[in-house]
Design a protein around this ligand. Structure first.
Ligand SMILES: Cc1cc2nc3c(=O)[nH]c(=O)nc-3n(C[C@H](O)[C@H](O)[C@H](O)COP(=O)(O)OP(=O)(O)OC[C@H]3O[C@@H](n4cnc5c(N)ncnc54)[C@H](O)[C@@H]3O)c2cc1C
Length: 503
């Protein structure tokens, strides 16, 4: 090992972020001689929420060599084909934002341009008919994609999971400890900096012992014990665009088979989530404290539960935004310590995953090269901004007029990046995916269309087909989607067959 190499990593915090980092680093750095320690405090505990994911988590699990059926069993997971949004554009409306794509590209342009031409000419096939994800979600069906069925929508099924995040952290902890990660139980009461370079030197625990390392990964949650508490990296507050600042979570008993999708229902003061697992249904109400008190927000959550509550409510407070420097000196913040974007599109666990991937790509030595750190911070910020814009769209694209929250959101000024995107779409239906950003054209289309933002025109290339040919293709693709959905097993039957959790 070179003298310059990092020899010891200390991960502060054992929530989802801490154990994802520990499992990934111990796996990827196996054989390097690197000592990895996790310091966590059971007395402080974890945030205790975070149940819905997006498809990219499959890559993370695969990278770690995790068997997917075992993972589903161990985390009481169900499969997720998308999110159903209820009452967002207008009260009484609902749409599904599916994973995967709509239709298929034709003549080198996105399918939706052809669909808009079809609709503008009086065609009656709704956009949803062109998504296998929406069709299967509504029918309660699920299967993994079958690559052998080339040309069939069954080859393009895209999915994620709804799971018990505490069980996921426990599962990852087992794997990390088996790979040599050492866990230290204790509350950190002090952080000591190196007088020469300002790096974190060691953390001091409540029993007086200390833990030192070359690099520290701050996974301490909202408090950002190292990145903010010790290094004052700063935080950009985005509440002007994402005004919700509190949540209350409360699981309930499962009633009926779990749906293969998450539901997000807008309320007059925020929105409620419903995430069905094998073992129970996760519920929560995200709200803006300017317009409602905690007791009323809880009562609104309780009113919407579809089974008996299984625990006391868990109240949480947060500020939407991002750490100004996710990496400062020898500290890299991951998870809630790096920033928080509300869970409307289930992105937080994904942002942990991409943070870990970026850290591995830019893995430092003990010189902590500043240009590498600057690059990491620029990419991290861009990623948060891109997700932020997509979330803001859900609040902005509304015609709701029934409460101060919705009037405020409808009338608020939005970031220029989002304004431009909406303006281009409104004019000619064009959607762009910048810089390999997380949300694809499908996602933008689902929310724009689902919340009644409609374009004036479509791409001129969509006019190349004759009206008869367009009709023929539309009918054919919709028929193939329907046949695909019919061929899929029921979601619960799939779970029973391959990955039923014993509990
Ligand atoms: C309302 C809500 C809903 C969410 N829903 C989703 C979702 O559906 N999907 C999704 O992807 N994400 C969701 N998230 C985000 C998700 O919960 C987090 O990203 C994820 O749990 C990671 O949290 P964490 O590990 O960063 O922090 P935490 O879970 O807070 O863990 C912090 C760790 O640091 C330790 N610690 C703190 N201080 C000290 C100290 N002084 N000494 C020792 N140890 C200490 C704690 O003991 C704990 O182990 C949601 C978040 C909220 C608030």
């Amino acid at each position: 090992m070179s003298e310059a190499n990092i020899r010891g990593i200390v991960i502060v915090g054992g929530g989802t972020a801490g154990w994802m980092a520990a499992a990934a680093l111990s796996h990827m750095l196996a054989g390097s001689g690197m000592a990895i320690r996790v310091v966590e405090s059971e007395a402080i505990g974890t945030v205790g929420v975070g149940e819905a994911t997006i498809p990219h988590i499959q890559y993370f699990n695969r990278l770690l060599g995790i068997d997917e059926d075992e993972f589903v069993r161990r985390t009481c997971a169900t499969f997720k084909l998308g999110i159903e949004f209820v009452d967002w554009g207008q009260i009484g409306e609902r749409y599904i934002h599916p994973f995967g794509t709509y239709g298929q590209e034709m003549e080198g342009i996105h399918f939706h341009h052809f669909w808009y031409r079809h609709a503008q000419a009086g065609g009656t096939l709704p956009l949803d008919r062109f998504s296998i994800g929406v069709g299967a979600a509504r029918a309660g069906k699920f299967m993994r994609p079958d690559p052998s069925r080339r040309g069939s929508p069954l080859a393009g099924i895209s999915y994620a999971f709804q799971f018990d995040a505490a069980l996921y952290a426990k599962y990852l902890r087992e794997r990390a400890e088996a790979a040599g990660v050492v866990r230290t139980e204790g509350r950190i009461v002090d952080v000591t900096l190196n007088g020469a370079n300002g790096h974190v030197d060691h953390v001091v625990l409540d029993d007086g012992s200390s833990v030192a390392g070359d690099m520290f990964i701050d996974c301490s949650g909202f408090r950002g014990l190292l990145i903010e508490g010790a290094l004052n990296a700063g935080y950009d507050d985005w509440r002007e665009w994402l005004p919700c600042d509190r949540a209350v979570a409360r699981p309930c008993a499962r009633v009926g088979d779990p749906t293969p999708y998450t539901r997000a229902t807008a309320t007059s003061v925020g929105w409620r989530w419903r995430i069905p697992l094998q073992s129970r249904t996760g519920n929560g109400h995200v709200y803006c404290s300017d317009y409602v008190d905690d007791d009323t927000a809880l009562a609104m959550l309780n009113d919407g539960l579809d089974g008996a509550p299984l625990s006391d409510p868990n109240f949480l407070r947060f500020t939407a935004g991002v750490r100004r420097k996710a990496w400062d000196r020898n500290v890299v913040a991951l998870g809630l310590a790096a920033g928080f974007l509300e869970p409307l599109e289930s992105t937080s666990i994904h942002l942990i995953q991409t943070g870990i991937a970026r850290l591995l790509t830019n893995f430092p030595d003990r010189s902590f090269n500043q240009p590498d750190i600057d690059y990491y911070n620029r990419r991290t910020r861009l990623e948060y901004e891109q997700v932020r814009d997509f979330l803001i769209l859900h609040y902005k694209a509304t015609a709701r007029n029934d409460s101060p929250l919705w009037r405020r959101c409808r009338d608020m000024a939005i970031p220029a990046s989002l304004e431009e995107r909406i303006a281009i779409f409104r004019e000619n239906a064009r959607l762009y995916r910048h810089d390999n950003e997380l949300f694809s054209e499908t996602s933008w289309l689902a929310v724009l269309h689902g919340q009644n933002v409609h374009p004036k025109r479509h791409h001129p290339i969509a006019d190349i087909l004759s009206a008869e040919e367009l009709d023929r293709r539309m009918t054919h693709i919709a028929g193939a989607m329907d046949a695909g959905v019919r061929a899929m097993p029921d979601h619960m039957a799939f779970i029973d067959r391959f990955c039923r959790s014993p509990s």
